[in-house]
Design a protein around this ligand. Structure first.
Ligand code: FES
Length: 124
Protein backbone atom coordinates (compact mmCIF):
# COMPACT_ATOMS: atom_id res chain seq x y z
CA UNK A 1 0.00 0.00 0.00
CA UNK A 2 1.56 3.25 -1.05
CA UNK A 3 -0.71 5.90 0.43
CA UNK A 4 -2.05 5.72 3.96
CA UNK A 5 -4.35 8.24 5.58
CA UNK A 6 -4.24 8.84 9.34
CA UNK A 7 -7.62 10.03 10.54
CA UNK A 8 -5.92 11.59 13.57
CA UNK A 9 -3.95 13.87 11.21
CA UNK A 10 -7.10 15.34 9.65
CA UNK A 11 -9.14 18.30 10.84
CA UNK A 12 -12.17 16.22 11.83
CA UNK A 13 -11.48 15.71 15.52
CA UNK A 14 -10.20 12.14 15.71
CA UNK A 15 -7.50 10.89 18.05
CA UNK A 16 -5.71 7.57 17.84
CA UNK A 17 -7.75 4.94 19.66
CA UNK A 18 -11.13 6.61 19.11
CA UNK A 19 -13.83 4.06 18.32
CA UNK A 20 -15.33 4.31 14.83
CA UNK A 21 -17.82 1.47 15.30
CA UNK A 22 -18.02 -2.05 16.63
CA UNK A 23 -16.89 -4.86 14.34
CA UNK A 24 -20.31 -6.46 14.74
CA UNK A 25 -21.93 -3.33 13.31
CA UNK A 26 -20.65 -4.45 9.89
CA UNK A 27 -21.98 -7.69 8.45
CA UNK A 28 -19.23 -10.13 7.55
CA UNK A 29 -18.35 -9.61 3.88
CA UNK A 30 -19.92 -6.16 3.79
CA UNK A 31 -18.67 -2.64 4.27
CA UNK A 32 -19.77 0.47 6.08
CA UNK A 33 -19.19 3.90 4.63
CA UNK A 34 -18.32 6.95 6.73
CA UNK A 35 -18.39 10.47 5.40
CA UNK A 36 -16.78 13.22 7.45
CA UNK A 37 -16.85 16.89 6.62
CA UNK A 38 -15.09 19.94 7.91
CA UNK A 39 -15.83 23.04 5.87
CA UNK A 40 -14.94 22.30 2.28
CA UNK A 41 -13.01 19.15 3.15
CA UNK A 42 -14.97 15.93 2.70
CA UNK A 43 -13.51 12.56 3.64
CA UNK A 44 -15.37 9.52 2.32
CA UNK A 45 -13.99 6.27 3.73
CA UNK A 46 -15.25 2.72 3.97
CA UNK A 47 -14.44 -0.20 6.21
CA UNK A 48 -14.72 -3.67 4.71
CA UNK A 49 -15.15 -6.51 7.19
CA UNK A 50 -13.82 -9.98 6.51
CA UNK A 51 -14.35 -12.28 9.46
CA UNK A 52 -12.54 -10.83 12.47
CA UNK A 53 -10.51 -8.47 10.28
CA UNK A 54 -11.38 -5.09 8.83
CA UNK A 55 -9.74 -3.02 6.10
CA UNK A 56 -10.31 0.66 5.48
CA UNK A 57 -9.74 2.82 2.41
CA UNK A 58 -10.82 6.14 1.05
CA UNK A 59 -13.76 5.69 -1.30
CA UNK A 60 -11.92 7.12 -4.30
CA UNK A 61 -10.85 5.08 -7.30
CA UNK A 62 -7.30 5.92 -8.44
CA UNK A 63 -8.43 5.70 -12.09
CA UNK A 64 -10.94 8.53 -12.42
CA UNK A 65 -11.60 9.53 -8.83
CA UNK A 66 -15.14 8.22 -8.62
CA UNK A 67 -16.52 6.41 -5.56
CA UNK A 68 -15.92 2.66 -5.81
CA UNK A 69 -19.39 1.50 -4.87
CA UNK A 70 -22.81 2.00 -6.39
CA UNK A 71 -24.85 0.33 -3.67
CA UNK A 72 -24.58 0.97 0.04
CA UNK A 73 -22.12 -1.42 1.71
CA UNK A 74 -21.20 -3.25 -1.51
CA UNK A 75 -17.53 -2.85 -2.42
CA UNK A 76 -16.56 -6.45 -3.23
CA UNK A 77 -16.99 -8.18 -6.57
CA UNK A 78 -19.26 -11.20 -6.62
CA UNK A 79 -16.67 -13.83 -5.68
CA UNK A 80 -15.83 -11.88 -2.51
CA UNK A 81 -12.07 -11.89 -3.26
CA UNK A 82 -11.48 -8.36 -4.48
CA UNK A 83 -12.72 -4.86 -3.92
CA UNK A 84 -14.16 -3.56 -7.17
CA UNK A 85 -14.67 -0.15 -8.67
CA UNK A 86 -18.15 -0.25 -10.15
CA UNK A 87 -17.39 2.51 -12.67
CA UNK A 88 -14.97 0.60 -14.94
CA UNK A 89 -14.47 -2.67 -13.04
CA UNK A 90 -10.95 -2.28 -11.58
CA UNK A 91 -10.13 -4.97 -9.00
CA UNK A 92 -8.14 -4.28 -5.83
CA UNK A 93 -6.62 -6.66 -3.29
CA UNK A 94 -8.52 -6.40 -0.04
CA UNK A 95 -5.44 -6.58 2.18
CA UNK A 96 -3.42 -3.74 0.63
CA UNK A 97 -5.63 -2.00 -1.94
CA UNK A 98 -3.30 -2.83 -4.83
CA UNK A 99 -5.03 -2.84 -8.23
CA UNK A 100 -4.54 -6.18 -9.98
CA UNK A 101 -6.82 -5.63 -12.99
CA UNK A 102 -8.49 -2.79 -14.80
CA UNK A 103 -7.55 0.62 -16.17
CA UNK A 104 -5.52 1.59 -13.07
CA UNK A 105 -3.60 -1.71 -12.90
CA UNK A 106 -0.61 -1.24 -10.58
CA UNK A 107 -2.06 1.75 -8.72
CA UNK A 108 -3.40 1.50 -5.17
CA UNK A 109 -6.30 2.70 -3.13
CA UNK A 110 -5.45 5.06 -0.29
CA UNK A 111 -5.54 3.08 2.92
CA UNK A 112 -6.92 4.37 6.22
CA UNK A 113 -5.17 3.32 9.43
CA UNK A 114 -7.54 1.41 11.68
CA UNK A 115 -7.19 -1.26 14.34
CA UNK A 116 -9.56 -3.92 15.62
CA UNK A 117 -9.36 -3.83 19.43
CA UNK A 118 -11.67 -5.77 21.75
CA UNK A 119 -14.36 -6.04 19.09
CA UNK A 120 -14.19 -2.37 18.15
CA UNK A 121 -12.74 -0.69 15.08
CA UNK A 122 -10.60 2.21 16.21
CA UNK A 123 -8.53 4.99 14.70
CA UNK A 124 -5.04 3.57 14.14
S1 FES B 1 -13.03 5.03 -12.13
FE1 FES B 1 -12.54 3.13 -11.17
S2 FES B 1 -11.91 1.86 -12.78
FE2 FES B 1 -12.36 3.74 -13.72
Amino acid sequence: MTNVLQLSDLDIGFNKGDILCSLSAIDDGSAKEFIYRNGNNIYDIFIQRQGENAFAYTNVCPHAGTPLNMDEGRFMEKTGRYLMCHTHGALFQLEDGFCVAGPCNGASLTGVEILVVDGNITVG
